[in-house]
Design a protein around this ligand. Sequence first.
Ligand code: NCD
Ligand code: ZN
Length: 476
Amino acid sequence: MQQTVDLVIHGGKVVSDQAVIEASIAIRGQTIVAIGSDDAMPPATERFDATGLHILPGAIDSHVHFRDPGYAHKEDWGTGSAAAACGGVTTVFDMPNTNPPTGTLDALALKLKNAAISHVDYGIHALLDEDNIDQLEALIDAGATSFKCFMGNTFGNLPAPSDGAILEGFEILARRGIRCTVHAENPSIMARRQARMETAGRADRHAHLAARPEVCEIEAIGRAIAFAEWTGARLHIAHHSAADSLYLLRDAKRRGVDVTAETCPQYLLLNTHDMTRLGSVLRVNPPIRDERHNAPLWDALVEGVLDMIATDHAPHAPDEKTRERIWNCDCGFPGVETQMPLMLTEISKGRATIMDYVRWSAVNPAKAWGLYGTKGVIAPGAHADFAMVDLAREAVIANEKLHSRSKLTPWNARPVKGVPIHTMVRGRFVMRDRELIATTRGWGQSVKPIQAMPAPRPRNTDKTMGAIVTAGGPHV
Ligand code: NCD
Ligand code: ZN
């Protein structure tokens, strides 16, 4: 007699990056224990009918700003994670440009404390900055899953660390096998161009793009890759926006550099025509570029040069987004709830397969952050994290329906086809029939890289800061 399980989900189509199969899923507690034909399932306390739905591994969003602590009028962990749950997102990685920034042990402890109300699971990107290089290891030991380095100025005005500090930080992270995300834009080019335009009186919507041309991204990605390759550090490029910098990723991957990259729906689907239409609502860093970038970014995803879809969910209050001069409008907009319908709409148009989508939304992020096996896959032993989607369901994105505290999105009024209907995190519905399950507040927990990360490959270890200050190396 087989042991009873808590739940069997039957009737759905289970999607991996390899296949779509009709199968039932048996869950005990928080974990999947079996997948197969329904008559092979163990007896269950509850059965759930998913007929007509595709069951995807829950999306993992590598880039959200839940603003808490410090900017709770924009978002907090309750509203941000509710938006995630209602977007089919079961794990988020939160960015460190909060107040205080997540660059000290105290700030990390505060972030983890505030995150405890989350509906979905979460990782915390700690800050790598000029002054905390000697704290990086302690931050890892205290639960930081990864780091973020702001190479260019963006919301929060965290100054870019010097190249010396970035390189030294990468040396340490290489030894620990921890991946560092970079916001890759060159700050001095941007500052100079913006200052010149401000002096000349330009403050229109297109001035933002003019201040941050593609070369800013090309230069910063090139520099970050050089440091990662030299040290053997794992690198992640946030919100890749330009066709012109893809060659750097392609070449670095070919050379064996462990670099992953995300792009966002806004860089795939929007361009300067939308900036003309929407103005400051669409102000974001890096900027929305002209139309010639859209198709190459999509092709790079299909090809695997870009690894994943993240959202850069960056909520702000309405008055902060709509000031007169473009320079005074905060950058970013919410996205964690709209990513899945937007991307599924493109899948339904035939631009890629649902298996490709699972690779971008779940498999590759899980691999990048050391979670694959527990997350990113529907298999025995993995967490029961699912987005159950209706690929035929049509809807229209509406600002007022968003669960984010920020109700201002460039996607307002956009029709979509393909929406998440139920979201499950470790065996519990956090959204059911399109409704948030309010009692799951606090169900989310911090992720731990469960699988030993593949052995890191530190390079030039005789030339690191550690080696030269203590051992007189390298040429003694
Ligand atoms: C982000 C924010 O508001 O925190 N803004 C943005 O324009 N992307 C910061 C960031 O990710 O650069
Ligand atoms: Zn950024």
